[in-house]
Design a binder for this molecule. Structure first.
Ligand SMILES: [Zn+2]
Length: 430
């Protein structure tokens, strides 16, 4: 048995026919059938799906500053357990990741964790305050090699600042990831604006608050000739705008979260703050539009928006509760439930939407690659026949704010490999 030689036996590569995959060191060395173990340690992958390691464009790891909710170590462990081999860590930490120093700190913590590669996202503006551009070039030139910039949690609402950011990142093929939320239209907003908010008497968050910013930003990206990425699309109207921008040939990409593919604002009737999230859960019609758009490629990828919160920030009354939900450890199961088991996409589609495309948007080397000889062995094995009830007590995240607690979901990550090293085996952290 050897640690640096692994034979994955009989895996359904991208959901296809069973094949053997030999990993030597950090690299996939051979694919075939009936490969000889020849001293390799063997992983019996009968009935399991083999995918490239998942890539998340949108993760909140909370370090530095909110280590009570998550750290780079606990967050990357959660990522590995969910099948991820690379995550982009959002910039809304304390201090904000708006300098080369902070992004390098996060990047180094990721390197030290060994569970999952961490690519820091740099803030667009100093302190996420929306007033002054941060040192985008310095963050790009740092060891962290930042390519994605976002004030996520807040919207870059000033059109001139947004234009300048789009112009600036062109120099190094960066992308601005926008959290589309018109701030004046969402003052005091607590949930989606619609029939349910009217009945509950909670402040409404209109779809137009998201859509108006997307409309403006795709036009700005076209005007400047730069790349814009729209975070967490949540409405049918947002889908139409992205579809239109893409039809023009503009460099616009978009993501959807697992929770917006499954959950609706009907859940808010429970007043359980676990369902409080930004952007809010929308309607059934929005959910269906988002699924279709992910299937037809209008939405490029799934991104978790993993947002850990300690229980004192969530186990309180609705109005006072923090916004956000855990996502890393359940993302693949939710995508199987909403997209694969419904027949909207196949497992090759999952690889495309959860690995290849997010890696391409983030210009991330070594991830989101085909499963082929000579490629880095960033891989995940999934048992699609598994069904189980989600129990956050078993999570490795430091937080427990999962909206799926008690819900039955399909699929289970059995193994994750980061450059040939197992980070998860038999469903447990290695
Ligand atoms: Zn956001």
């Amino acid at each position: 048995m050897s640690d640096d030689k692994i034979l994955i036996r009989g895996a359904r590569v991208l959901g296809g026919d069973p094949r053997d995959v030999l990993v030597e060191g950090e690299t996939i060395s051979r694919l075939g059938t009936g490969l000889d173990a020849d001293g390799a340690s063997v992983v019996d992958a009968d009935g399991l799906i083999l995918l490239p390691g998942l890539v998340d464009l949108h993760t909140h790891l909370r370090e530095p500053g909110r280590e009570d909710s998550e750290t780079v170590l606990t967050g990357t462990r959660a990522a590995a357990k969910g099948g991820f081999t690379a995550v982009h860590a959002m910039a809304n930490t304390f201090p904000v990741a708006d300098t080369a120093g902070v992004v390098e700190q996060v990047w180094r913590l990721g390197q030290a964790s060994g569970y999952c590669d961490v690519r820091p996202v740099g803030a667009v503006t100093v302190g996420l305050e929306g007033k002054q551009l941060a040192e985008l070039g310095a963050m790009h030139d740092s060891a962290a090699q930042v390519r994605v910039f976002s004030d996520d949690g807040k919207c870059v609402d000033d059109a001139v600042i947004m234009r300048r950011a789009l112009e600036y990142v062109k120099a190094f093929d960066g992308v601005v990831a926008q959290h589309a939320q018109e701030p004046r239209l969402t003052e005091g907003a607590q949930m989606n604006e619609g029939a349910v908010s009217a009945q509950l008497g909670l402040g409404g968050w209109p779809a137009v608050a998201e859509e108006s910013i997307i409309a403006r930003d795709v036009l700005l990206a076209a005007h400047v000739g730069s790349r814009v990425h729209i975070c967490h699309l949540s409405t049918a109207g947002s889908v139409e705008l992205v579809r239109w921008a893409k039809s023009k040939g503009w460099h616009v990409t978009a993501e959807v979260t697992p929770h917006h593919l499954l959950l609706t604002d009907e859940l808010v009737r429970s007043y359980d703050p676990v369902y409080k999230v930004n952007p809010p859960l929308r309607t059934d019609a929005d959910v269906m539009a988002l699924r279709e758009a992910l299937a037809d490629g209008t939405i490029d990828c799934v991104a978790t928006d993993h947002a850990p919160h300690p229980h004192e920030d969530k186990d309180c009354e609705w109005a006072a509760a923090a916004m956000g939900m855990l996502g890393l450890e359940t993302a693949l199961s939710v995508v199987q439930e909403t997209m694969v088991d419904t027949g909207l996409i196949d497992w090759a589609g999952v690889a495309d939407r959860m690995s290849l495309r997010p890696a391409r948007i983030g210009r991330l080397d070594g991830h989101g690659r085909p499963i082929a000889a000579g490629e880095p062995a960033n891989l995940v094995l999934v048992d699609p026949a598994y069904r189980g009830t989600v129990d956050p007590a078993g999570f490795v995240s430091r937080s427990r704010n999962s909206p799926y607690a008690g819900r039955e979901l399909p699929g289970r990550v059995t193994h994750t490999f980061l450059r040939g090293k197992a980070t998860v085996t038999d469903g447990n952290l290695a």
